[in-house]
Design a protein around this ligand. Structure first.
Ligand code: C5P
Length: 232
């Protein structure tokens, strides 16, 4: 499995993201496109960035009835993205339907990973709003196990959970981890963070890095530093 740094392109418009990507003249980072950019610019933004030679993680976190997820995944697969995701809380059946929809007639498909519990959900909110009474760590591991059972390739999780996910679901089950910061950088609104080197040590397969690269004075240097620390 290829370890890689995925750059979270959390920009609001095509101009902003293209202006950022123009800086990368001698390398083509794997980029994450999220809801904000996708809803602002539509599917053409995916095609345009792909045409520039970047791999794409389309982070739209689908969650609906299985039939709708299946049909929507078939559309995303046609956009030729490399990785996409859905919510594990949609059930094993929904995840299986997503995987089926994503699989092209020739048998190939983008990687499919699941979101477990969002890191913005606290134990208290989970218990009171969602009526889930188990400890949140166990819920995350259970959802990861469900994703593996459904045949998905991995989960998005905190780098702090990556080791445990591998123990529970196997070394080949991918962990894609945001919440990465340089040792000498700003933490911002993330609370539980790791450096790229620590994420490598703990066994993350992909790290998702946004502001430490996008808001850096020299984004290309920051990206290369990240790759150097994480991939080596
Ligand atoms: O700028 P920063 O490095 O914090 O960006 C991290 C990216 O990962 C953002 O796109 C954010 O939405 C995403 N993410 C996260 N925590 C999660 C899931 C996704 O930070 N639990």
């Amino acid at each position: 499995m290829g370890k890689d740094v995925i750059v979270a392109c959390d920009f609001a418009s095509k101009d902003a993201v293209m202006n950022f990507l123009d800086k990368f003249t001698d390398c083509k980072p794997f980029v994450k496109i999220g809801m904000e950019l996708f809803y602002a610019e539509g599917p053409s933004i995916v095609k345009e960035i792909k045409a520039r030679g970047h791999k794409i993680f389309l982070d739209l976190k689908l969650h609906d009835i299985p039939n709708t997820v299946k049909k929507s995944m078939a559309v995303l697969s046609g956009l030729d993205v490399d990785m996409t995701n859905l919510h594990a809380s949609g059930t094993v059946t929904m995840m299986q339907a997503g995987l089926e929809g994503l699989t092209r007639p020739d048998g190939t498909r983008p990687l499919l990973i699941a979101v477990t519990q969002l890191t913005s959900t606290s134990q208290e909110r989970m218990e009171e709003d969602l009526l889930i009474k188990e400890p949140i760590d166990e819920v995350v591991m259970h959802y990861a196990h469900n994703a593996a059972k459904a045949g998905l390739d991995g989960v998005v999780c905190s780098p702090l959970e990556a080791g445990k996910v591998h123990e529970r679901c196997g070394q080949n089950f991918m962990t894609v981890t945001p919440g990465v910061r340089f040792a000498d950088g700003e933490i911002g609104d993330q609370s539980r963070v790791m450096t790229p080197a620590q994420a490598k040590e703990i066994g993350s397969d992909y790290i998702v890095v946004g502001r430490p690269i996008t808001a850096a004075e020299d984004p290309v240097a920051a990206y290369k530093r990240c790759v150097e620390e994480f991939v080596g």
